[in-house]
Design a protein around this ligand. Structure first.
Ligand code: 13P
Length: 337
């Protein structure tokens, strides 16, 4: 198969008008924090059990088309000896892999950050392919303050996303391009809209300059919301501002926009996604979800590391996944909770 056919096949397996992605790619540090908050000890074995629980849920492939994994998970097996990426694929869920190596300060742009991990990426991808991964994720992070992101921050982060996307497409992996504008702070909805617009504009400019294939990528952005200190806006307001920004910046050639949940509650993430899909025909791209916390919080809170709670935790996961497929069709309402 040519690289282009391979990319096209992966897009077709991942993008439809109902299902979404599960981000289960927390680094060991992050999952340990989340586990501890739910009273779960974080060991290689508990992480394996937890991620197996997610992938083996009944009919998960009816709601989830792809799962983003962390490197450790690629080398783990299920209780009955299947590689975990193989278990996902057997459920109709395409396995993918987070390939960035975390972030740190961007020198010369106080308050901005930059993500690491381009060195040796092509070689790593060849290994990940042997382990079953077919798509990738890379996250750049933007803080909102009165002066951030700076012009340099916008440019440097966009360059990283474009260079990452190019290496992945060259190696036959569909890149998820994730510019996350953080919800932290006391900024207004207007400021969030302005920053999201500048971020997406710079990212698509860089993708264009590098020659990325827009047809063979997925965008994973933030929704336009007020800073967390100001509470959540109404779903209609979030949808209106978010779609306005996306329509001004994201070419229609991009097949899908799959949002991150970014610290919204599971209910808020479903309600906001629903509001963006009340008239799906008006959107030039599929508008879906690629949630971590908004899909997993109730699962961890139910499981708590207890083998007797596996079935209950899987039910909690499928319930959230299903509610988000309803939101993709504009059919979600809070009374289904
Ligand atoms: P949240 O949905 O918890 O924001 O995570 C999505 C993600 O993959 C962040 O990189």
């Amino acid at each position: 198969m040519s690289v282009k056919d391979e990319l096209q096949k992966t897009i077709e397996d991942m993008v439809d008008d109902r299902r979404g992605l599960l981000a289960a790619d927390e680094s060991t540090g992050t999952i340990t924090k989340r586990f501890e908050a739910a009273g779960i000890e974080s060991t290689e074995e508990t992480r394996r059990q937890y991620r197996q629980l997610l992938m083996s849920a009944d009919n998960v492939g009816d709601y989830i088309s792809g799962i983003i994994l962390y490197e450790e998970t690629l080398t783990q097996k299920s209780d009955d000896g299947k590689w975990l990426p193989e278990l996902a694929a057997s459920q109709g869920v395409v396995p993918g892999i987070k390939v960035d190596k975390g972030k740190g300060p961007l020198p010369g742009a106080e308050g901005d950050e930059i993500t690491y991990g381009l060195d040796g990426l092509a070689e790593r991808l060849r290994e990940y392919k042997k382990q079953g991964a077919r798509f990738t994720k890379w996250r750049e992070v933007y803080n909102i303050t009165d002066r951030n992101p700076t012009a340099l921050g916008l440019k440097a982060n966009a360059e990283m996303l474009a260079r990452y996307a190019m290496v992945c497409q060259q190696e036959g992996f569909v890149p998820i391009v994730e510019p996350e504008v953080l919800i932290d702070g006391d900024h207004t909805m207007e400021r969030s809209e302005e920053v999201n617009r500048e971020v997406l504009h710079s990212v698509f400019h860089a993708l264009h300059e590098h020659g990325a294939s827009l047809e063979h990528m997925i965008l994973k952005p933030s929704m336009v919301t007020p800073g967390k200190a100001n509470g959540m806006a109404a779903p209609e307001a979030v949808a209106e501002a978010t779609l306005r920004v996306l329509k001004r910046t994201v070419p229609a050639a991009v097949p899908a926009i799959m949002f991150l949940s970014g610290g919204q509650t599971p209910e808020q993430a479903s309600a906001n996604l629903n509001a963006m899909n009340v008239n799906p025909a008006a959107n030039p791209w599929h508008v879906g979800f690629s949630y971590a916390r908004a899909l997993q919080q109730p699962v961890m809170d139910t499981w708590k590391g207890n083998p007797d709670q596996v079935a209950g935790a899987q039910d909690a996961f499928i319930k959230r996944a299903k509610l988000n497929t309803l939101a993709r069709e504009g059919q979600y309402s809070a009374d289904q909770e």
